[in-house]
Ligand binder design. Structure first.
Ligand code: PLP
Length: 373
């Protein structure tokens, strides 16, 4: 009997939604018939406008000659460097193909149709997509003022909850909760759940503003801290991130990952980037200046925005998706956030000074046209 391929698949897989990433420059250039893709500015995926860490670039050039060899599947040198920097043990670290892979591995290791996750309704959507993929329920807790409501999240935990996700700072809102609120939360979170602190943007903050979540791992709590080289270190294209968590927790994640989940170029670059303090400092300064520039631009245009602590910002333009499309015609790619229940907003990543200026001018033109129509 002939059956269509999708009839062979798990029924719930057929229903899965697909993640909508920031649109690649080449795709927009092809679609809109722009001959020169280099003129297009991408402010859609919270990448680092300064490019990759220079130390990482040098390490990649050195690593090229070794690309005929498989990578070190155990990521020994990177884990050793991370352990020294973060003050944890090497076996409390596992390395992934971006922190995205680690979120999926958490799903594989912990979730099933009998469990649920707790997250904020305006938090990074990948948690929900991963829960769906493993047929777990998502208990989405409303945010307060675009910020995680930790009290409400505590109240949402049920006996079936396995993972509680806290994106801190959060994407797409750019907001964060501080160390004291986290401390109160951790004092009351029940022991049957694991708390996932997704800190993809944490290095953009000065060290004294970074909540010390690693201490929960050191104290033996059920907590994982996820970090990435995609943002502050400028290595999104390489796909490398890591989790710091309980030894046995990392062991579980290592069991479900592929043997060579992280490539050798990424390992070399990440280790070098970790020592590039000057680049991190430069990135922080550039992001702070860029945020101020975009905030001032919004004020001039009379637009509300959600004050952000990281390298992207929600702006209330009205008709967000239409504004994104209009901006693409102005050679600027930003992100619609209607999928997060914010149809009136766009999310823009902080670019270079020139890119921010281009974006603000284009936005001003688009909004003036809409008003005059
Ligand atoms: C909150 C958050 N977590 C995780 C990720 C995934 O990052 P990566 O897979 O590049 O490490 C992102 C990327 O946008 C993010 O915003």
């Amino acid at each position: 009997m002939h059956r269509k391929i999708h009839e062979l698949a798990h029924p719930w897989v057929r229903e899965l939604r697909v993640y909508e990433p920031g649109r690649p420059i080449e795709e927009v250039a092809r679609e809109l018939g722009f001959a020169d893709a280099e003129e297009i500015i991408k402010l859609a995926s919270n990448e680092n406008a300064l490019g990759p860490s220079p130390k990482a670039q040098a390490a990649m050039r050195r690593a090229v000659r070794q690309m005929h060899l498989y990578p070190d599947g155990g990521a020994f040198y990177l884990r050793r460097a991370l352990a020294r920097k973060l003050g944890v043990e090497m076996d409390q670290i596992m390395v992934g193909h971006g922190s995205n892979e680690i979120i999926a591995l958490l799903g594989q290791a912990f979730l099933s149709h009998t469990s649920n996750i707790v997250m904020a309704d305006g938090a990074f959507v990948v948690y929900r997509l991963v829960a769906d993929a493993f047929r777990a329920r998502t208990l989405a807790v409303p945010m307060k003022n675009f910020t995680h409501d930790l009290e409400a999240m505590l109240a949402a935990i049920t006996p079936e909850t396995k993972l509680v996700f806290l994106a801190n700072p959060n994407n797409p809102t750019g907001t964060m909760v501080g160390g004291a609120a986290i401390e109160r939360f951790m004092a009351r979170v029940p022991p049957h759940v694991a708390v996932i602190f997704d800190e993809a943007y944490i290095e953009l903050l000065p060290p004294d503003r970074q909540p010390d979540t690693l201490r929960y791992v050191r104290e033996g709590r059920h907590a994982f801290v996820l970090r990435t080289f995609s943002k502050t270190y400028g290595l999104a294209g390489l796909r490398i991130g890591y989790a710091v968590g309980p030894r046995e927790g990392c062991e579980l994640l290592n069991k479900v990952r592929q043997p060579f989940n992280v490539n050798a170029m990424a390992l070399a670059a990440a280790e070098a980037a970790l020592g590039d303090d000057a680049f991190v400092a430069r990135t922080r300064r550039a992001v702070a200046a860029g945020l101020r520039q975009i905030e001032r631009g919004c004020q001039k245009l009379g637009l509300d925005f959600v004050p952000s602590v990281v390298n992207f910002m929600l702006i209330k333009t009205g008709r967000g998706r239409a504004v994104c499309q209009a901006l693409e015609r102005e050679k600027t790619i930003v992100r619609p956030v209607d999928g997060y229940g914010l149809p009136d907003y766009i999310r823009v990543t902080v670019g270079t000074r020139a890119e921010n200026t281009h974006f603000l001018k284009a936005l001003g033109r688009i909004l003036a046209q809409t008003v005059s129509k």
